[in-house]
Design a protein around this ligand. Structure first.
Ligand SMILES: *Cc1c(COP(=O)(O)O)cnc(C)c1O
Length: 387
């Protein structure tokens, strides 16, 4: 038997089927899915509209090279432009690829202006992906060890510290790259006032603001994009995870003026934005609208955080409850792994975000009953740990 390279610490569980917010393993056990493929299955599993759209697209055409015009790609770009206010899109296949494309666009933008600005400043504890450029931008040493030499042109500052950013900006600085809410790095919220100040600082210095909304975007935080919550707009935006609802697709968005730096031959992707992935993403966006999912995300998020805060008042192992929409974390005074495991044994799939934080990422169409069920399970787990 061959091996699949050992890059994941996999759970001892084989999921074979899903419906809505539930998944079944190969032993026939059912679980409530508050991982959703790490914020990917926006519409849950086996959504009828998604099944229909994918079957129809498969019957028509799965793939067509980007050497040809692709109508669904144009439709999707139009939708994303309407929603984001950023008029130009490049399609790729993943979050890391979207960020790599964004970093290339930043560099080319300043190159074309005859400027020597090249450095991208990102935040400590951030996560931007596993490519050489994006792991260098990532503000966590653990993803970098063993992969030197790393590319030049990256710097890091602590999140929510505007003075540190002011000190870090110099005549080499090209862009500030941030997650509006750090997902992998511990569910750390970038304050609205901080994001507003960063936007202003970028404008004052003539540098670009690039937001990585690979995890926060497409409704996850209760608005289509998390930047809306701070009342700002980035120059460059990256999307992936929830965009295709489970079909791989990533997107880089930018203003026309910034996007002008990409001409034929400057960047590309064989699969990026193929008809199948665009049909999936169009379905996700259509269902978010027709099912009024942004309202559901806000309400279920409030319900989940309120329930978790009630648990925090009963169990003092909980240090903090925080999040936006349906991207939420519970920081513990103890290790999170045993609680994640105990929840799984009781039929609830949740994730971690660092060693002490439990992370909750249900599908955007999760019901009030399902949130209550998850809260009851977490309560039982906490009772077991502390009682
Ligand atoms: C998951 C994630 C990435 C990487 O996405 P991949 O599709 O795994 O390459 C980048 N940025 C953020 C914020 C993420 O959460």
């Amino acid at each position: 038997m061959s091996t699949i390279m050992n890059t994941y610490a996999r759970f001892p569980l084989t999921l074979v089927r899903g419906k809505g917010c539930r998944v079944w393993d190969d032993q026939g056990r059912v679980y409530l899915d508050f991982i959703a493929g790490i914020a990917v299955n926006s519409l849950g599993h086996a959504h009828p509209a998604m099944n229909k759209a994918l079957a129809a697209q498969a019957a028509e055409m799965l793939h067509c090279s980007n050497l040809f015009h692709i109508p669904k790609q144009q439709q999707l770009a139009d939708r994303l432009a309407d929603l984001s206010g950023l008029n130009a899109t490049f399609f790729c296949n993943s979050g890391a690829e979207a960020n790599e494309a964004g970093i290339k666009l930043v560099r080319k933008h300043f190159h074309d202006q005859g400027s020597k600005r090249r450095t991208v400043i990102s935040a400590t504890q951030s996560f931007h992906g596993r490519l050489l450029s994006t792991l260098t931008a990532t503000g966590q040493d653990k993803v970098k060890i063993g992969f030197d030499p790393l590319p030049a042109g990256f710097a890091h500052v602590p999140l929510n510290d505007i003075e540190a950013l002011k000190l870090a900006i110099n005549d080499q600085t090209a862009a500030v790259l941030l997650e509006p809410l750090q997902g992998e790095g511990g569910v750390n919220i970038a304050d609205a006032s901080y994001l507003q100040a960063v936007r202003q600082l970028c404008d004052e210095h003539g540098i670009l603001l690039m937001l990585d909304e690979v995890q926060t975007g497409i409704g996850r935080c209760g608005s289509m994009f998390a930047f809306e919550l701070a009342g700002i707009r980035p120059d460059i935006l990256t999307l992936a995870k929830g965009l295709g609802g489970g079909v791989p697709i990533g997107a880089l968005l930018a203003s026309d003026q910034v996007a002008a730096a990409f001409g034929p031959g400057t960047h590309g992707s064989t699969f990026g934005g193929n008809p199948l992935s665009c049909a999936a993403a169009l379905t996700v966006l259509a269902e978010i609208e027709s099912e009024n999912l942004l309202a559901n995300v806000k309400q279920r998020g409030e319900q989940l955080r309120q329930g978790l805060r009630e648990l925090a008042s009963r169990y003092d192992v909980i240090k903090d409850v925080r999040g936006q929409g349906l991207l939420n974390g519970v920081e513990l005074h103890i290790e999170a792994a045993p609680l994640m495991l105990a929840a799984r044994e009781k039929g609830l799939l949740i994730l971690m975000a660092g060693p002490n934080v439990l992370r909750f990422l249900p599908p955007l169409n999760v019901s009030a009953e399902e949130v209550d069920e998850a809260l009851a399970t977490v309560g039982a787990v906490l009772g077991g740990v502390t009682g």
